[in-house]
Design a protein around this ligand. Sequence first.
Ligand code: ZN
Length: 567
Amino acid sequence: MVIKNKLIQQTVLLLAVLSVTDLFAENSKAYINGSIHTFDENLTVADSILVKDGIIQRVGSQADVLDNTDESTEIINLQGRMMMPSFHDAHAHPIWNGMDFLQCSVFDLLSINAIQERIRDCLEEDHVKTSGWVIGAGLNAGLFPAANPNKSLFDEVSKDIPIYIEMSDGHNALVNTKALELAGINKETKDPFKGIIERDPVTGEPSGTLREPSAMNLVADVLPTETPELRLNGLLYAQSLASSFGITSMIDAAVNEAYLISFRELAERGELNLRVTACIEYGRQHYVQEFSGFEDIYKRRSEFEHARINSNCVKIFIDGVLEGQTGAILEPYLDSGSYGQLYFTQDELNNAIASFDANGTQVMTHAIGDRAVRSVLDAYQHAIETNGISNNKHHISHLQLIHEDDIPRFSELNISANFQAAWALPDEWITEINIPELGIERVNRMYPIRSIHDAGGTIVGGSDWAVTTMNPLIAIETAVTRQDPSNRVEGTLNEKERMDLTEMLKAYTINAAEVMHQGDLTGSIEVGKFADLIILERNLYEIPLMEVGEVRVIETVLEGTTVFRID
Ligand SMILES: [Zn+2]
């Protein structure tokens, strides 16, 4: 606090004595003696760069850059360290999940005891004492057969305090008996549209697991109201995490009006350290945006535009997830014979996407199963046939299963493949859930990143935080090894889909910048672009691939300003 006040005083003083040009000169920085991977078209590696007023002025040799400095330029010696464009996270939920981390977070807990222990601790925390509810997220579905935990897990912790914890995939939740009672969910309650209330096979009583938003939202009405303050604090939590991982641009993959207001508020205060594409959720099932209110928000989307916020994007969920069998697949689930579910008929989807496309709005979609992927590719194709080729840069996220006939279509239709590469390893989601329900042949085709790339498709990278870590380097290591970066689980998932390091770094920089409609402003280190940069502890090209995920970002620069540094 003291330091901050001093800085403010100094700035006032400077403003008093310096002309505008001098102030710009104040912002001049030369980074010299580095291994600067520019990710320009030729993948140039430079020694030095000059930045003025947040914009890259020169990229080249140390002599050339130093020739263009003056006495006000701050010279930063990189001491041979690797510098590169800062990361873009093309799929995250900074507000939705940021709030979870301020409540009862059980992310990364790998035993039932640890989860119960954590929830017991939550009972003593202020947020529970004030609201009377334990609300949280991060439950690992892979710990339970068929991803179907029972309410007894939470009843053992409390019978009096209602407990609602979402699974880390965001598509399922577990509640205790008290929460079911308060929400009035009982034996007689019918499954809602496109949702599942799991039940005891003998008694028919709800067993605690609620699948997909329409079922999860049966509890929403009795949950304590979310406050603007909580949303803003959640966003600040996510933003500081992003800065620490070298992320300066992010696609929020499902927003409502309240989230847009939070982004705008932080931007207007001058404290938004992320360039954001905010995709407004559209769909009859809803996570954050009520379907009934969609048209109104969509019409007013430009009200939320800001130099750092692009709100001309819509997010559509095409299907659910494979755990819980709501993901839509072409061949049935082995145990149940079910084909999963699509949230739209083909006509509905075709019409929706064609009309957004005609309005010049980007459409980001969630598709997990091969039937969902085909359906949404068909809809994008229909939009091209109706409107002609656009520059709207539509993209599909997740892509767990893709039929081989559909792999070339990403390139043909110019649809980017937005992968969450941190999922492409044989962890318990794969071994305990996917192999039993789909069989090994389909599991061995999952997350075909290399196949799409080799067929000419554009790969972009995103975390889907908080489903998995926001750290891009962990996802990148997983994409190049298809193994667990933490070595907790053994084995390789579908070795032939291993990607190149450079291609994955492009997925998190220039490719994602293009998808965010800012490829001429960020994503590579080139003259005239914003100085959105990171400095890494070790050179990613000089270490074994198995160590990429351990490398720390030691400084993150957004538009010439340091937003994170390890001292
Ligand atoms: Zn998501």
